[in-house]
Design a protein around this ligand. Sequence first.
Ligand SMILES: [Zn+2]
Length: 493
Amino acid sequence: MGNGLGMGGEGVGHRWDTCATRFGRGKHRGRLGVWHGRIAVPYPDPCMGNSSSSLSRNPGTLLIAGGRVVDPASGFDQVADIAVSNGVITAIGVNLSRSGVDEVVDAAGCMVTPGLIDPHVHLREPGHEYKETIATGTAAAAAGGFTSVCCMPNTSPALDTPETLRFVQERARSTGRARVFAVAAATKNRHGEELAEIGLLDAAGAVAFSDDGDCVPTPGMMQRVLVAVAKTGKVFMQHCQEPTLTRGAAMHAGSVSVRLGLGGWPRIAEELIIERDVMLNRAVGCRYHVQHLSSAGSVEIVRRARAAGQPVTAEASPHHLLLTHTECDGYNTLAKVNPPIREQSDIDAVRGGVADGTITVLATDHAPHSHDEKSLPFEEAPMGMVGLETAFGLYREALIDSGAIGWTRLIELMTVEPAKLCGLDAMGLGKLAVGGPADITVIDTELAWTIDPAEFAGRSRNTPFAGRKVRGRPVATVVGGEVVYSLSRAAMA
Ligand SMILES: [Zn+2]
């Protein structure tokens, strides 16, 4: 089981390059703006930390004018301009000069935040390019306001050697629209049997370790992973799924799985692994992160571990904050995801975990699959859904509109916190600082829109949220001083 593999089949044709436009330079404004060209990111290098990459072009000067600048890292929150030159923020202040500025982004009425960071995405390259590539996945990231993403290692081959990491880094450098940071496998081929070369992978730029898509199944191997990763100071991210309790599982074990006659994935298969790992880690002290937690019991275990002072963090995904297992009715494969969407009491608990600080990170688990794969019978269809382009509106609905948290905390959960988790804060990411990298997202928090997969910049369309009316959407995404995405709000009216 896992969300990286599936049957063959052609992906749905992607359309992101048919409606391109540049933002603010007035060449041709369309509904969707997508920048065409290499990403030019002078600092830090998108893949290799602080080392400088050669510039493909000079990003010039940019002014992001008149937005409400919200930077949770510094506590700055006021209407201001941000000036950018050569990929770096040069000033943040009121009424900055426009003279000599190459490009102005009008952010009036919008929130201007550090570039959003998603610490859990599947870019499918190498090996499953019909689902997504680094180019299309980072186009989707840019369209969702994300300037950095951390990609999981369940590619083919798996990201379990320095060579495969370098492949991803090179592809990101030559084709990416956002920064890509690789999460390396903790065990060879993610099989859970033999430790990967953790030290070499650390040196090659892995920002974290995970066998995501699969759980490190045995306590013996888990202990070795914790000890090895602890030496690097980086974080181990667990896909918490006890394998013998989830054999043949297709959805949440509950009334709907019984009614549909589908194999059930019980909560305890997740909770048992978290409890086990927390116990093992007590003697090790590795930074330990629970991916996409889905059950109320999981939230409680993480809450207790954190209260006891353990270095445990956890993430929540949009679908676990909003959807219940009834979405699978009618054998709707678009709602098939791992771990599964569960019940309202779980949603309430996950939201509660975000509200009280137990869950510190939001992550989409963006998992593209082709139309053909999702057209298979429910039990055979692969697990997972895309998330990058719909995340913001869904987080707003789940967390702001419900009253769970306020805006500053939401932005913190999407910037400062994931940056800390993956060590990107040391590269100046996740915050807005003069002299730091100009990764900036402009968000129209009130924009009402309807999720339409036909508009997606990514290669796959598998979302259970099609047709949902949401509010709040990134309208411009700046990576290293370049506007890599913009949305013309006028054209949406
Ligand atoms: Zn996973």
